[in-house]
Design a protein around this ligand. Structure first.
Ligand SMILES: Cc1cc2nc3c(=O)[nH]c(=O)nc-3n(C[C@H](O)[C@H](O)[C@H](O)COP(=O)(O)OP(=O)(O)OC[C@H]3O[C@@H](n4cnc5c(N)ncnc54)[C@H](O)[C@@H]3O)c2cc1C
Length: 338
């Protein structure tokens, strides 16, 4: 457990932005969290933000309240039922350690979500997704501390209101729930998802005709390392914007004007590749003060050196404006701006 005042969060956010919080509380066991929260019961001014790995947040100013940081560890097989295997991980577990551990323990499904930065707790908040998979396909239930009642509660998948990078924890339960752990329902049988062209190319290049889940994990890590900035080297929050979803009418009008437009179908709607929209505005590598658009992947804004949160925010507004002027599309940030 750690409790510090006037704490510098630079090492706690992957953008590497210097921002301070009034109080920083890190806990190693859920009981430490319960004690801490109980002590705040009569403190009407108590305000907090739960910070996992800080890989999807942008601090634009000091945070004049408490940062609660889960450092709880533990991964277990809860039970097995036919081909299903239920595994539970504590909120502070590093997501990618969990994915690796699942594969080692023959619990399959999360391979395509390999190498995403952050913690298990946030995986449920964010409904993380990549390479044709989303956390919500596998989450069985989420255990959390409800701040209003002080109770421990459980939320089954169907009640989590999962959507594209969305969940109930970002809306109805925002600021009210601290996730303690998540149970994932995985499969004992490999179910290989090689739907992405990059994955297929890796398998062909490496002459792998019958891939195992570990091969898919290796493919994803290799692809991500080549395409995305390494957290240890370049500050970013991954995709800064969501891919905008538009209806058929808007899509058809855009497709007529921009026949090359990159998109995916999303039910009756269309998800536009935000990186492509930004790239078409000639913004790849564009720098604004200490922040820049990544040279290889336009969807990623980076700390090009000593960026402040406001440098990144101004750059993001610049990007949004240019994309709106060219395509009439409003980009929404995926990163949480504080
Ligand atoms: C290089 C890079 C690549 C990325 N690639 C992807 C990708 O492919 N797909 C993808 O989906 N995301 C991606 N991301 C974004 C990020 O990794 C995910 O959003 C991740 O889930 C954030 O985890 P975190 O622990 O860092 O959460 P934080 O950034 O610390 O927090 C994110 C949100 O979750 C909340 N939260 C965190 N823990 C808890 C908890 N225990 N209880 C309640 N609320 C909590 C926070 O309050 C906040 O609202 C990428 C980021 C980077 C830097």
């Amino acid at each position: 457990m750690r409790l510090e005042c006037d704490y510098n969060l630079r090492d706690n956010n992957t953008f590497g932005i210097l921002a301070k919080c009034k109080t920083f509380f890190e806990y190693d066991t859920d009981n430490e969290l319960f004690d801490f929260v109980r002590l705040q019961k009569d403190n009407k001014d108590f305000k907090f933000f739960v910070l996992g790995g800080g890989s999807n947040v942008l601090f634009t100013k000091d945070f004049d309240a408490t940062i609660i940081h889960p450092a709880t560890k533990g991964k277990t097989i809860v039970y097995e039922n036919g081909d299903n295997i239920f595994v539970e991980a504590q909120a502070g577990e590093i997501w990618d350690d969990f994915v690796e551990w699942c594969i080692e323990n023959k619990a399959y499904g999360l391979e395509n979500l390999s190498y995403i930065p952050g913690t298990v707790g946030a995986s449920a908040v964010q409904n993380i997704g990549a390479y044709g998979a989303e956390a919500s396909q596998f989450i069985h239930r989420v255990k959390f501390l409800h701040l209003d009642s002080g109770d421990i509660q459980y939320m089954i998948n169907e009640a989590c209101c999962f959507g594209y990078r969305e969940s109930i924890f970002k809306h109805l339960l925002k600021g009210k729930a601290i996730i303690l752990s998540a149970v994932y329902k995985l499969s004992k049988r490999p179910n290989i998802n090689r739907s992405y062209a990059d994955v297929e190319k890796y398998l062909t290049d490496n002459k792998i005709s019958d891939p195992t889940p570990a091969d898919i994990r290796n493919a994803i890590i290799d692809i991500r390392r080549k395409k995305l900035p390494e957290v240890s080297e370049t500050g970013s929050a991954g995709s800064f914007f969501k891919n905008p979803v538009v209806n058929a009418e808007t899509f058809n009008a855009l497709k007529t004007k921009f026949p090359e437009i990159k998109y995916f179908t999303a039910g009756a709607d269309y998800k536009l590749a935000a990186g492509w929209l930004i790239d078409q505005c000639g913004l790849k590598g564009f720098q604004h003060k200490g922040a820049a658009v990544h040279k290889k992947q336009a969807l990623i804004l980076i700390n090009a050196g000593n960026a402040t949160g406001n440098d990144v925010l101004e750059l993001s507004e610049n990007v949004r404006e240019k994309v709106f002027d060219k395509f009439g599309i409003k980009l929404e940030p995926e990163a949480i701006i504080i």
